[in-house]
Each structure stands twice: as C-alpha cells, then as structure tokens.
Design a protein around this ligand. Structure first.
Ligand code: DAH
Length: 335
C-alpha cells in the first residue's frame, strides 16, 4: 500500500490542469467514490493494527492534499468562467428588442386608472351574449331596430355583444348596491367598414348604483374625467339623447379642434368629437336585475376607446389600429 501511496504522490507532485475537464478527470481518477484514494481507504480498513499505524498517516496526508488541490483549481476555473459572463453595464441597451403595449390598451388603462382613482372597480364579461343581457334586460323593445340583422352579428340564438352595457346587467345580477364599476371590452356591430367605423371596436362601460345618486353626480364625474384625460380647460358639450336603458339620456362631445387633418376627419369637420353616451339607469333595468328602483338610483355611461385613441395619437384611419404594423406599434414602446 505504501508503494501505491508513493506512486500517487509522484504522479501528483506538481498538479496543473489545462481546463475544468482535466480537473474533473483528476477528481474521477483519485477522489471519486471509485477513485484510487477510496480503493486505498477500503483496503486500509482491512489491515492488521500494526500496519494501520504505518499507512494511516501518509494516506490521510495524501488524501487531504489531493482534496485541497481539487478545491483550489475548482475555485480557479469557476472564477474564470464567471469573468467570461460578466458584462459591460455601461453599454447602451438595445431598445428595439422591447415589445410595446397596443395604443388601445394604453388608452384603456389610462381611462380605467382615472375611474379607479375615483373608487370604481373594474369588471368584464363575455363577448358572446344572450338576448337578455345584450337587449332584453336593457329595456330594448322586442321590435327595436338594434336587434336587426343590420347591426347585430348573431351566433345561433346568441349575439356578439353590440355594447359593453351587457356587463352592467351581469354585474347588477351578481352584486348588491352600492355598485361602482368600469367595464372595458370589445364590441361588435355589423357595419360597413371605413376609415371611421369598423365591425368591432372597444368601449368602457361605467355604472354607479346607490341611494341618492343624481344626474349632477354623473355630470361631475364625467367632467372630472375629461379634465384628467384630455387636460385642464378642455371644452365639453352635453347633448340630450335617447337610449332605452337610461332616462334621461345624454351624449357628451369634447372639443378636439380642427387644426389637423386627422381631427377634421374624425370630427366630420365640426371639431367636436362624441366620446360617450350616458344617463340615469332606467327603472325597468334596475327591476330586471332585482334592484328596487324606489330605493336605489344610478347612472351609467359607455365611451368609445378607439376614437379617443385616434384623437390622442393623431391616427386618421381606425383600421390602422388592427393591422399590427410594427411601424405603428413600435412607436408606443415605453409608453
Ligand atoms: N351602449 C351605448 C352604445 O353602445 C352607450 C351607452 C349609452 C352606455 C348610455 C351607457 C349609457 O351605459 O348609459 O352606444
């Protein structure tokens, strides 16, 4: 055994390794569970006591030395590979590799944030709806033209929702007042496609149901929203209107201006852009959702996200929002 110890001593007298693979070879040869040191250790156990004395010391010394050699070189190689991976933190980042949020999503998020800050929660609902949620519970008469094939895409006896007002119904069925929600989503209408209108677009529905809610609260909230989103001093026009699910009903226009081609096109030359419909929730709608109109009132509104986005970013054709053209989308990275 002493011979074998000496032999190993000689072989490993001045250890050096070209790379980590060579070091690993060393470990396998000498230090692994089947390596030459272990073979010696196993044999050592069976030696008679007197011989143990002579062999034990040099064997242990050899083992410790080889382990130390391994440890030192291992450290060296892992430090080397570490330095190969370090990178220059002063190099500029390559921003062209970042994706971007879609402009519609950027605007939707900004609108939701404003209402969230006013205490509105956020909800959503299905795009494929039944007649009750899209029309019936919203007080549309059986023969209302909106149910017509002209406007609505039908799927069997379901419809692609024509507005996000359907989500109002779903939420009122589920919750008890006070209810304060905004509900963003995609809606579909069977319309001729042009620069100004598409067969699908996006809305944010708003709903506030409580005791003692008035039309003044509605106006105040919407005015606040306009100043927050479009800026202090933005001019607003409130016009009376008609929707089956609100009474009284109104529409709101904001002054976009006529100074650019996009604005003139978007506002049909008037400078005014209609951004939303709104009103006090009709008692029949509350009743359809088991809310007592004698106790609760509320207001609702629904605004078009696509138009607001076009105005905000000077996009003159609504179809440009859906071509997924990288040249348009990349302008929004980091927004
Ligand atoms: N659903 C209407 C539309 O798509 C917009 C609307 C009007 C929503 C009045 C409302 C509302 O909640 O109260 O044209």
């Amino acid at each position: 055994m002493l011979e074998e110890i000496e032999k190993i001593e000689k072989e490993t007298v001045s250890p050096d390794f070209a790379d980590a693979a060579a070091l690993e070879q060393f470990r396998l040869t000498y230090l692994s569970s089947k390596g030459r040191i272990q073979v010696l250790m196993d044999a050592f156990k069976n030696l008679p006591g007197v011989e143990k004395k002579a062999v034990g010391k040099p064997l242990n010394a050899l083992k410790s030395r080889l382990e130390e050699v391994f440890r030192v070189f291992k450290e060296k190689f892992s430090a080397d590979s570490g330095s190969a991976q370090t990178f220059d933190t002063t190099l500029p980042i390559n921003a062209s590799h970042f994706g971007s949020s879609h402009p519609l999503k950027i605007v939707e998020n900004a609108l939701c944030d404003i209402f969230y800050s006013l205490g509105f929660d956020i909800a959503d609902g299905p795009e494929i709806e039944d007649d009750r949620h899209n029309f019936g519970a919203l007080n549309f008469a059986e023969d209302h033209p909106a149910r017509d094939m002209q406007d609505t895409f039908f799927i069997g006896n379901h419809v692609l929702r024509t507005h996000t007002s359907s989500v109002q119904i779903r939420e009122m069925e589920k919750r008890t007042p006070p209810i304060r929600l905004v509900m963003p989503g995609r809606v579909y209408r069977n319309e001729a496609i042009s620069a100004r209108s598409n067969c699908f677009f996006h809305q944010i529905e708003g709903l506030y149901i409580d005791k003692d809610v008035s039309f003044a609260d509605l106006k105040q909230t919407l005015y606040y929203f306009v100043q927050q989103f479009f800026g202090e001093g933005t001019q607003v026009r409130f016009r009376s209107s008609y929707f089956p699910f609100t009474e009284p009903s109104a529409e709101m226009d904001i002054w976009a201006g006529t100074d650019t081609e996009e604005k003139r096109r978007l506002t049909k030359g008037t400078g005014w852009l209609e951004v939303l419909g709104c009103g006090m929730v009709h008692p029949n709608v509350l009743k359809a959702c088991n809310i007592d109109p004698e106790v609760y009132q509320g207001y609702a509104f629904g605004m078009g996200i696509d138009r607001i986005t076009m105005l905000k970013y000077g996009i003159s054709d609504i179809r440009d929002l859906f071509h997924n053209d990288i040249r348009l989308l990349s302008q929004f990275s980091g927004v």
